[in-house]
Design a binder for this molecule. Structure first.
Ligand SMILES: Cc1cc2nc3c(=O)[nH]c(=O)nc-3n(C[C@H](O)[C@H](O)[C@H](O)COP(=O)(O)O)c2cc1C
Length: 378
């Protein structure tokens, strides 16, 4: 049954995937400002950890700001009592919903019978959802999972989850065994919708959100039409592109795009709906190996937003997280325009704080805007 904020979302739903050490409080604030999706998730946080003396450190990952709403707290674990207590805490913290991770393949998570390991313990998975519901009050519950553990188990696993009567189930269209090494199997999202409809064809049935390899909003829209799912969650497509969800519900999001650019020009993306989506093999699924972002944003603006992101990171997380996290973002932001390689190298090797990043970026913008300087930062 759909409840809480999920009832009021526009359809189809465009959501930002939770990504540990990527979609943190700083990046989400930037995304909320420049291209807000319909719903965002926090990075996942351990229920056991939150119920331990280490709680204070973990609460960093539950930091959020009002413009991010609706914002869903994502948790993982395997002890129903800790799910119950954590749900009470999440209510207190003022989140809009709670999401249970049942898909993470990380060995440390799985060792705790949590994340993807939940798929091997359907009864425990149901108990954890029930315990979360008991502690959640009116907050809606959702689940993020995969097609199965070693093989596709959608026919049994999805009904197991549907029995828990949660508001939404996001399915990353791969099995645990497949990790991210094969293309996401979107035909299975269509099958998930059929299984859900057979299970419950009321007007208030659990939402099915598809996930995996979606490049941009135009791609998401094609997949929604092809599968009949209620929405799409996008992860790596956001790398270096906080504008990704801007105007996601408008037709304009499907306009054709152009190629490479320089400062003073605008960046447009790699494919148009009129031409075929680029082969998935061109976009391997590993983190950091994602295509350079598709935006129509002036390069100088893009770089200044990167600086703004860096300053926010420093302010909110500077004493809690490693600056190396920002450097991973630079690889994605600084891509696909003249002088990008040189700028990227300079940022990777010389910048250790926001003020250094700002200086390097402003110099780059100044030099590249001057007609006398064909080789920026050379
Ligand atoms: C760096 C990174 C961190 C991730 N962290 C989480 C997480 O905390 N919780 C979660 O449910 N999934 C996590 N995921 C999985 C993504 O939410 C998503 O399911 C996956 O990237 C596939 O979607 P995409 O192809 O749109 O990126 C992570 C993925 C990446 C690349």
């Amino acid at each position: 049954m759909i409840s809480g904020f999920w009832k009021n979302l526009p359809k189809p739903i465009f959501g930002l995937a939770p990504m540990a050490n990527v979609t943190d409080a700083a990046f989400r604030r930037i995304i909320a400002k420049y291209g807000k999706p319909d719903v965002m998730w926090t990075e996942f946080v351990s229920c056991d950890g939150l119920q331990s003396p280490g709680q204070k450190e973990l609460l960093v990952d539950f930091m959020y700001s009002e413009p991010e709403r609706p914002i869903v707290a994502q948790i993982f674990g395997s002890k129903p009592d800790n799910f119950y207590k954590t749900a009470l805490l999440i209510q207190e913290l003022g989140f809009d919903g709670i999401d249970i991770n049942m898909g993470c393949p990380d060995r440390n998570v799985e060792k705790q019978c949590a994340g993807a390991a939940m798929m091997k313990n359907p009864k425990l998975a149901q108990e954890c959802v029930a315990a979360t519901k008991r502690g959640a009050g009116k907050l809606p519950i959702s689940i993020k999972t995969r097609l199965g553990f070693n093989k596709n188990e959608l026919d049994t696993w999805l009904p197991t989850l549907l029995e828990t009567d949660v508001s939404a189930i996001t399915i990353h269209a791969r099995t645990r065994k497949e990790m991210s090494q094969v293309p996401a199997r979107w035909e299975e999202i269509a099958r998930a919708v059929a299984i859900r409809d057979k299970f419950d064809n009321s007007s208030n049935k659990t939402l099915i959100i598809g996930n995996g390899d979606v490049i941009d909003i135009a791609d998401a829209k094609q997949k929604i039409v092809a599968t009949g799912c209620d929405g799409v969650m996008i992860g790596r497509g956001i790398f270096g592109n906080p504008w990704l969800f801007r105007n996601c519900h408008s037709e304009a999001q499907t306009i054709p795009r152009l190629g490479g650019v320089g400062v003073g020009e605008t960046l447009r993306g790699q494919h148009s709906p009129a031409s075929p989506t680029p082969g998935r093999e061109a976009f391997p699924a590993q983190a950091g190996n994602w295509p350079s972002p598709a935006t129509e944003v002036d390069i100088a603006e893009k770089l200044r937003v990167m600086v703004e992101h860096t300053k926010l990171f420093e302010k909110l997380l500077g004493d809690k997280k490693n600056f190396h996290i920002m450097k991973k973002h630079y690889k994605a932001y600084v891509n696909g325009f003249a002088g990008a390689k040189e700028l990227r190298i300079k940022l990777m090797t010389e910048a250790e704080d926001a003020s250094a990043v700002e200086k390097i970026v402003e110099k780059f913008i100044q030099i590249t805007n001057s007609p006398a300087a064909p080789l920026p930062l050379a």
